[in-house]
Design a protein around this ligand. Structure first.
Ligand code: TV7
Ligand code: CA
Ligand code: ZN
Length: 376
């Protein structure tokens, strides 16, 4: 396992924000991940940086002035007033106007943009921002726990330097905000694996493939409940290989949403920690500048386990670490086994029994083979 230069972005303030007690999104998971990374002594093995906060002006490289201005002003107290004066920017309980929401967004986006810059400068091989990956945010509105689309901002930053960026999304939900932002360009290929069918946000069928110049440069892999490591890998690896062949990206952004893990509070797939991380390991072997981002993940202890393990994968030290968890501030959360693992459950894999996964793999590979090879 060859070594890579890894840069890890972390802002110690990020864990203090809260969407609300009953809300499933818990920014604290980044702090717990950081604790585990500390306990495993991984911090000295990488560059640990705190990024500059993204400014409102930077956010308007993608979002509208009106929406960013609204986000910078909104508080739990004035949300109703601000909302009913004008357009609705925040919808329902999914996207509450919590205390410090703008600061939280500026940390998340600041990390992803700084990571993109550092990769493009050639100062690092892999950059990590577990506070990023908020893939549902739209140009003029919040959606699905996401307010500012740090991923789109990071990719726009990369496109200043390189011709083509590949975006891969293994969150259980469809990466709709990123897909929509780049739907009509051939400079960004987006590829999302997600549960489809009576599930948020409801988009992302095989037939959504991009438009105009971007036709063929969006790829969706819709899944049913209960997919296991082996079945996931059997579609992930051939699809990624074909994309690399026909698209030849200069950089890759991998959204590592951890709600695709077995036992997630909102997810319905059956990946183990190893299965999830094998996506990171596989992409890493391709030796292309890589940005690793967070995303969903609602069973907090499993999110922390998996992002810790994936940081080890980035460093190439995953075979050297003790799967018995070292003592740490959150140790009691990890009982009763106190292990760095997320096991699979006995749920049925609905993708296998009717052969739907085989059809989806074949169709996806056919769509990719119809693309003209990228201009060099
Ligand atoms: C990237 N599912 C984000 C995934 C976003 C999923 C949804 C909830 C939810 C919200 C809560 C809450 C919840 C137990 C779960 C149609 C609705 C149904 C709100 C109650 N408990 C990511 C977004 C998804 C908010 N939204 O990809 C406050 O579940 O399905 C919906 C929309 C309308 C709104 N209601 C849910 O992983 C980061 N929301 C408890 C409190
Ligand atoms: Ca996805
Ligand atoms: Zn998700």
């Amino acid at each position: 396992m060859s070594k890579r230069r890894v840069t890890y972005y972390y802002d110690p303030d990020v864990g203090a924000f809260t969407y609300g007690l009953s809300h499933p999104m818990k920014p604290q998971r980044m702090r717990i991940t950081h604790e585990l990374l500390t306990a495993y002594d991984m911090l000295p093995k990488m560059h640990v940086l705190r990024a500059k906060r993204a400014t409102a002006e930077t956010m308007t490289r993608f979002h509208t002035d009106e929406y960013v201005h609204f986000l910078s002003k909104v508080t739990p107290e004035n949300a109703q007033q601000l909302t009913y004066q004008g357009t609705r920017f925040l919808v329902g309980e999914d996207n509450p106007a919590f205390d410090g929401v703008f600061e939280f967004c500026s940390i998340s986006a600041g990390g992803s943009i700084a990571a993109a810059q550092r990769l493009m400068n050639g100062q690092t091989d892999i950059a990590i921002n577990w506070a990023g990956g908020l893939h549902h945010a739209k140009k003029r509105e919040a959606s699905g726990f996401c307010y500012i689309n740090d991923i789109v901002l990071a990719i726009l930053e990369m496109l200043r330097t390189v011709p083509r960026v590949l975006y891969i999304d293994i969150d259980c939900h469809h990466g709709d905000g990123v897909e929509e932002a780049f739907y009509t360009t051939d400079r960004v290929m987006t590829c999302s694996f997600h549960k489809f069918g009576e599930y948020f946000p409801g988009t992302g069928t095989l037939d959504d493939r991009g438009r105009g110049k971007g036709r063929g440069y969006a790829l969706n892999v819709p899944l049913k409940d209960g997919i296991t490591d082996e079945a996931y890998k059997s579609v992930f690896q051939p699809v990624i290989d074909k994309i690399l062949e026909v698209f030849q990206p200069s950089a890759i952004v991998l959204q590592c949403g951890a709600d695709s893990l077995s036992g997630d509070k909102l997810g319905c797939l059956n990946l183990t920690m190893q299965g999830h991380a094998s996506c990171v390991q596989y992409i890493r072997t391709k030796n292309i500048p890589l940005l690793l981002l967070g995303g969903g993940g609602y069973t907090v202890k499993n999110v922390a386990r998996t992002w810790t393990y994936e940081t080890a994968c980035a460093l190439g030290i995953e075979n050297d670490i003790d799967l018995n968890l070292p003592w740490n501030e959150y140790f009691e959360w990890f009982g009763p086994r106190y292990r760095l693992e997320v096991p699979e459950s006995n749920m049925e894999d609905m993708n296998i029994r009717d052969g739907s996964l085989d059809r989806i793999r074949e169709t996806a590979l056919r769509y990719l083979s119809e693309l003209r090879p990228a201009p060099s």
